[in-house]
Write a protein that binds this ligand. Structure first.
Ligand SMILES: Nc1ncnc2c1ncn2[C@@H]1O[C@H](COP(=O)(O)OP(=O)(O)OP(=O)(O)O)[C@@H](O)[C@H]1O
Ligand SMILES: [Mg+2]
Length: 319
């Protein structure tokens, strides 16, 4: 029986660079830096779930050994948007003396979410403390990172996993967990996950809880459930009034991932009910709309048109 106590993406996250699958073109260069005992400032660019955070963690472990966590800080630019995070949190960590070694590492996730001003401040911080602190910036779109930062970092472009590499990774997980599978099941996961190793591992874990053996059918069954994080994204964009981004997520969920409108609307409902920092009046207004659109969908109205209209309505309410 598989162990569901731990999230498999964490349990099977590679610990050393040599354990990383895929990204060979990057791993060998990173290994050379590590072997030399020093790293430059770096920019890791690439789609979600391909090993950017993992590579940074491996580097820190290999450079700093047992006490790596004392010399490594990870922070997310989009959680703490704006210039303040650079001014305070990052600067405070950057200026303290490294323990043991010569420098510390700051891993800044979603660096492309920083405003231009914040990026300028970051650039100055990188320069001032470069002797004792190396920055590893991670982003999906390097073009959103200002040129002065790009030119001060070594840029690594991480690639989406190939289907073959994805299956290689899943076989490792399956072996570790003792999960039986049909050949076609792993292929199906690799197809659905389109290069995202985190998503494929999560899907693998979810599908493993259905039945004794993983098959194409159980994979598709697990994939068809609306995933709360994605609906969360959808709501994040609508709450921010960004209809077109919300619509992209919606199309991805319905057209690419085959998730039914019914499941999506139920998850939207649940998340609005649970939303913190949403005034009661807004909540009531939103829930009324959700109810109305759910009713229309049950009556047989076109799902996409109704969901589109619901997103537009939420955007309008939140304005
Ligand atoms: N190269 C890899 N080899 C093996 N497993 C990997 C690799 N890359 C990613 N994974 C798996 O996917 C999970 C997520 O990877 P990671 O956190 O490194 O993604 P990321 O590129 O930082 O994504 P994001 O842009 O969303 O932050 C890992 O915990 C691991 O299970
Ligand atoms: Mg990451």
């Amino acid at each position: 029986m598989a162990d569901f106590g731990q999230i498999w993406t964490e349990k099977y996250r590679p610990v050393r660079l040599k354990d990383m699958i895929n990204q060979e073109h990057i791993v060998s260069r990173l290994q050379a830096f590590v072997d030399s005992g020093s790293i430059p400032h770096m920019l890791f660019a690439g789609p979600p779930g391909v090993g950017k955070t993992t590579a940074a963690l491996c580097i820190a472990r290999e450079l700093f050994g047992e006490h790596w966590q004392e010399n490594y800080m990870e922070t997310n630019a989009s959680d703490e948007r704006g210039i303040d995070v650079i001014r305070h949190k990052i600067k405070n960590f950057a200026r303290t003396k490294p323990l043991g070694g010569d420098f510390k590492i700051i891993f800044l996730d979603e660096a492309d979410a920083l405003t231009k001003d914040a990026q300028q401040a970051l650039r100055r911080t990188m320069e001032i403390y470069s002797k004792i602190c190396r920055f590893v910036l991670s982003c999906n779109y390097p073009s959103k990172v200002i040129e002065p930062i790009q030119s001060r970092t070594v840029v690594f472009r991480f690639r989406p996993f190939t289907k073959a590499d994805m299956q290689k990774m899943l076989v490792k997980v399956a072996t570790g967990e003792g999960v039986k599978f049909d050949e076609g099941a792993l292929e199906a996961i690799a197809e659905i996950a389109s290069g995202d190793a985190r998503y494929s591992t999560n899907l693998f874990q979810a599908a493993s809880s259905i039945g004794d053996k993983l098959t194409r059918a159980t994979v598709f069954e697990a994939a068809a459930r609306a995933r709360p994080e994605e609906v969360k994204n959808l709501l994040k964009f609508t709450f921010a009034g960004d209809f077109s981004k919300a619509r992209d997520v919606l199309i991805d969920l319905t057209a690419n991932k085959g998730i039914s409108g019914d499941l999506i609307i139920r998850e939207i409902h649940k998340q609005i009910v649970e939303a913190e920092n949403l005034p009661d009046l807004k909540k009531v207004e939103l829930l009324n709309s959700v109810g109305e659109f759910e009713f229309r969908m049950l009556e047989g109205a076109n799902e996409i048109i109704q969901l589109d209209a619901l997103l537009a309505k939420i955007c309008a309410v939140m304005k």
